[in-house]
Design a protein around this ligand. Structure first.
Ligand code: HEC
Length: 153
C-alpha cells in the first residue's frame, strides 16, 4: 500500500502547514481550509515532477489524484449556507458562493471528474497525456478560485 503511505505522509505535512497559516480559523472554515491545503500539497507534489524537480512517479500521482477526488466530494458540504461558514473573518470565501451554489458545486463536480481521469491516465498512460490531464485538473482549481475566492492582495 505505497499509495496510502504517501497519502498519509502528505496529509500530516499539510496539517502542520495549515496550523501555522490559519491559526485563527475554526470549525467548518478550518475544515475546508485543511481540505484545500491537502489538495494544494497533492497538486504541488505532482507539479514538481513535471517541472523536473522530482522524479516522475505514477503511483504518487495516483495517490495525489485520489486525495483531490476525495476532497472534491466534500466541497459542497464544506461550504454550507450558515453563519459560521459565511461570517468568518479568516475566510477568503466570497458571498457569491451562496448566490450561485449550483455553479460552485459544479466546479467541485468538474474536479472530481478530472481528478478521477488523472488517476486512470497516471496508471495507464504516457507522461505527456498525464501532464495534460494534470493541467486540466489544475485549471479547475484556478477557475473556481477566480470566481469564488477573494483575490490575494
Ligand atoms: C468549488 C470551488 C473550488 C475548487 C474546485 C477548488 N477550490 Fe480551493 N478554495 C476555494 C475557496 C472558496 C477557498 C477559500 C476558502 C475559505 O477561505 O473559506 C479556497 C481555498 C484554497 C486554498 C487556501 C486554503 C487556506 O488554508 O486558506 C488552497 C491551498 C486551495 N484552495 C487549493 C485548491 C486546489 C489545489 C484545488 C484543486 C485541486 C482547489 N483548491 C479547488 C474554492 C475551490
Amino acid at each position: 500500500m505505497a499509495g496510502a503511505a504517501i497519502a498519509l505522509g502528505s496529509y500530516a505535512a499539510v496539517t502542520a502547514v495549515t496550523a501555522y497559516a490559519h491559526g485563527g480559523a475554526t470549525g467548518i472554515v478550518k475544515e475546508r481550509m485543511d481540505a484545500m491545503e491537502v489538495m494544494g500539497k497533492a497538486m504541488k507534489t505532482v507539479g514538481e515532477m513535471f517541472k523536473g524537480q522530482t522524479d516522475y512517479d505514477a503511483n504518487a500521482i495516483q495517490a495525489a489524484a485520489g486525495l483531490v477526488s476525495q476532497h472534491a466530494q466534500e466541497i459542497p458540504v464544506l461550504f454550507p449556507d450558515s453563519e459560521a461558514s459565511r461570517g468568518s473573518k479568516h475566510s477568503e470565501a466570497l458571498p457569491v458562493i451562496w448566490e450561485q451554489k449550483d455553479k460552485f458545486d459544479g466546479f467541485a463536480a468538474d474536479m472530481l471528474r478530472e481528478s478521477k481521469a488523472l488517476s486512470v491516465i497516471a496508471r495507464d498512460g504516457e507522461q505527456r497525456a498525464v501532464r495534460l490531464q494534470f493541467a486540466k485538473t489544475a485549471k479547475v482549481c484556478s477557475s473556481c478560485h477566480t470566481a469564488f475566492r477573494k483575490p490575494k492582495d
